[in-house]
Design a binder for this molecule. Sequence first.
Ligand SMILES: [Zn+2]
Length: 217
Amino acid sequence: MALLSAKPRFEQNGLTVPFITTWEFERTSIPRLSIRIPPGGGAHLTYADENPMDRDHHGVLWARQGLARGKGKALFPEVHAFRQRRAMFDLLCQVCGGNTTEESFDRQLYVMNSAKGMPIQEGELTTAPPVCQGCAPEAASSCPRLKDRHVAAYAEYNHPWGVSGILIHPHTLKPVSPDPVEISYGDPQVKWMIANRSLNRLSGIRHADLRTFALVG
Ligand SMILES: [Zn+2]
């Protein structure tokens, strides 16, 4: 099947470098943290030099990461925070960056690691953006995380649920834990997050054939 659009495609060691992969010069930084208290109340975390790119559509603060796709080496399997966020919000293919809604407006195809030992579940939360059907075989065969251990399904609904990242203590401005946490957009603690992944909740799940990625049933 033809690719959805003529997006730039990069290869390394014979493998396609997915759209969401981080490249060598795309470094992450956490600027100096501060607290903002708006006139009406509602204190929240901010950067001392915050700019409009630092927050997502839900007002959550994100880690800063440089943009230098295609420069230097691809850093498999590191995921680029901003491209992952864009891919989740706009339903871009995680491999080619094309818009999967141009292929199908009714449902998106997801190919994921099968580490949980079960198919993709109704209501499952995921940080994985969709893939277009043309890229699905390549994703399953080339990605070390998916090779020989993937599950695949179509989701009719892709609801933005929340973010994964580091939770900052509102008094110390230090991480509550070094480990990432997942917090929904409706949780007040999201005001103290530095996010680096979007999570969507998938529903209307219909399973896909694991070899052809066609809809089953
Ligand atoms: Zn694609």
